[in-house]
Design a protein around this ligand. Structure first.
Ligand SMILES: [Zn+2]
Ligand SMILES: [Zn+2]
Ligand SMILES: [Zn+2]
Length: 252
């Protein structure tokens, strides 16, 4: 299984438009973050988690020419608003694309993107089959386990695929859901900034959560410019934890 981090930034991305902080002005490419998403390549299938506003750029940069499945975490714009870019994949693949998310996500996308999910089929629209999932399911012999979490009060999903678990925009995760993460070789977890935040884990909270989990390696994602410079923060993290960065590739 091959994982590519397509984006590792919070909703505004890094640099933030007009910001002159040291992170936004940094020359280090690891301080430049598109909106969060990952590509998972397994058994000749391409699975993408979320379709944020940078999906077009991310697909071009990483030469993605096929998407077999979209797993949605939640319906905030920084995770869904690139949904129209799926049209390009419909055109190449000459097929519809399957997408899954929880009930909250499916209801919200049906409202916010009604032109896609309405019954009359206007030519050129994204061809997406969106379905609710809440429990473990299989896609082409790939077992996928949804992990339920809360983003302040909003119910969101993370996903575990074999030994890889991806959770973003979480603030709290119940103990019974944490059990689904145990034993992962790689966990990707959101870590917004140093200061506390109402709907995201901050650095202390993310590190405390990692302490409780039986996982080999952790990458933090959904990072704000307020977390600090990549080099500075990455160097003070425990050995098994690293900051993710855009275009980082891992195999497991
Ligand atoms: Zn987000
Ligand atoms: Zn900044
Ligand atoms: Zn969010």
């Amino acid at each position: 299984m091959k994982i590519t981090f397509l984006g590792t930034g919070t909703s505004q991305g890094v640099p933030v438009i007009g910001c002159e902080c040291e992170v936004c002005l940094s020359k280090n490419s690891k301080d430049k973050r598109l909106r969060s998403s990952v590509l998972i390549e397994k058994n000749d299938k391409n699975i993408i988690i979320d379709t944020g506003p940078d999906l077009r750029q991310q697909s071009l940069k990483n030469n993605i020419t096929k998407i077999d499945l979209v797993l949605y975490t939640h319906a905030h714009r920084d995770h869904v608003s690139g949904i129209d870019e799926l049209r390009s994949f419909n055109f190449i693949q000459k097929s519809r694309i399957k997408a899954f998310g929880n009930k909250e996500l499916v209801n919200q996308l049906n409202k916010d993107y009604s032109y896609i999910f309405q019954s009359q089929n206007y030519p050129g629209l994204p061809q997406v089959d969106l379905e609710i999932i809440e429990n473990k399911f299989s896609f082409n012999d790939i077992d996928i386990i949804p992990v339920k979490a809360y983003h302040h009060k909003l119910k969101i999903l993370g996903y575990r695929i074999n030994d890889f678990t991806y959770i973003t925009d979480a603030k709290t995760i119940k103990n019974e859901e944490l059990k689904k993460i145990h034993g992962s070789k790689v966990l990707v977890l959101n870590c917004l900034q140093i200061e506390k935040h109402i709907s995201h884990l901050n650095l202390d909270e993310a590190l405390n959560l990692v302490e409780k989990l039986d996982v080999e390696k952790v990458y933090f994602t959904h990072i704000s410019h307020n977390l600090g410079l990549y080099e500075k923060i990455n160097s003070i993290l425990p050995k098994k934890v690293s900051l993710a960065y855009d275009n980082l590739k891992i195999e497991l």
